[in-house]
Write a protein that binds this ligand. Structure first.
Ligand code: IPE
Ligand code: IPE
Ligand code: MG
Length: 248
């Protein structure tokens, strides 16, 4: 059924509390106009700004998590990888003042080890600076892999077991969730993937367990506020059962 309303109105009381976006399609966007892949990544920064602004404006969205670099993305050419980190550093340097002014708390989720030092320094600095901000949290997933995240949580629990801080029967879902990279945000409500592929690519396997999924063919550099609003409208059309009875 095609239930998505094209010009419907968003219900401000039923916005997804935690939204995540797999920002895919930069390379294809660039290829379509005969540009290098890096030009596509560079253009994606505008879409990041638009998505954050749109969520901030709506209010009601507590956390926005943006997938920017996966643990598998190291398989790309050296030039693309180093270019991505150069663009990331540029993004943080140019955008952080504005994010801070908007009362946005910035976190970086993923493994810091292996990242260029200038980048981790910028990450640490941004997190410190925006730590007390409360309007919304934005997580940038960098060198993020959901399996790595779960493995890191398991290792941290194992260390507490070895030192007898906890007993095996204390291990439950809440304890695992509390040891993920973002222990404060709620589970994902809405997972958006641009670029048309219907897959998770090792993203938030734990947190997405009951997420609503919206895949749009729009390539990330073309993604603007209206596309986000459309995804929210789609979300508001869904019946979320969480395993219980469907709504009559
Ligand atoms: C997503 O765009 C950005 C990153 C993974 C860093 P891609 O670079 O994957 O773009 P496509 O999928 O090749 O079009
Ligand atoms: C997912 O996109 C990762 C990010 C958007 C950061 P990819 O382009 O890396 O995913 P695959 O390789 O197509 O699964
Ligand atoms: Mg891709």
């Amino acid at each position: 059924v095609t239930t998505s309303r094209d010009s419907g109105e968003l219900d401000p009381k039923r916005l997804p509390g935690h939204v995540a976006i797999v920002m895919d399609g930069n390379g294809r966007w660039a290829a379509k106009q005969g540009l290098s892949r890096l030009k596509g990544h560079d253009a994606g920064a505008k879409s990041v700004r638009a998505a954050i602004e749109a969520c901030r404006e709506l209010g009601g969205i507590r956390t926005l998590t943006l997938y920017a670099f996966s643990t598998e993305n190291w398989r790309r050419s050296k030039a693309e990888v180093s270019g991505l980190f150069r663009l990331l550093a540029k993004y943080i340097r140019t955008e952080m003042d504005n994010l801070h002014a908007e009362d946005i708390r910035v976190r970086f989720i993923g493994r810091r080890a292996g990242l260029p030092e200038n980048v981790t320094a910028l990450m640490d600095d941004s997190e410190k600076r925006t730590n007390a901000n409360r309007a919304m949290q934005v997580n940038f997933a960098i060198n993020y892999g959901a399996r790595a995240e779960i493995a890191d949580a398991v290792r941290s629990i194992a260390e507490d077991l070895r030192s007898s801080k906890i007993r095996p029967d204390a291990i439950d879902e809440a304890m695992i969730a509390a040891r993920l990279y973002d222990p404060v945000s709620a589970d994902l409500d809405l997972l958006i993937r641009t670029g048309g592929h219907h897959r998770l690519s090792n993203f938030m396997l734990w947190q997405a367990s009951y997420a609503e999924i919206v895949v749009t063919p729009t390539l990330w550099p073309d993604f603007r506020k209206r596309h986000l609003h459309q995804a929210f409208l789609d979300f508001q059309e869904r019946d979320r059962n969480f395993g219980g009875r469907p709504r009559a």
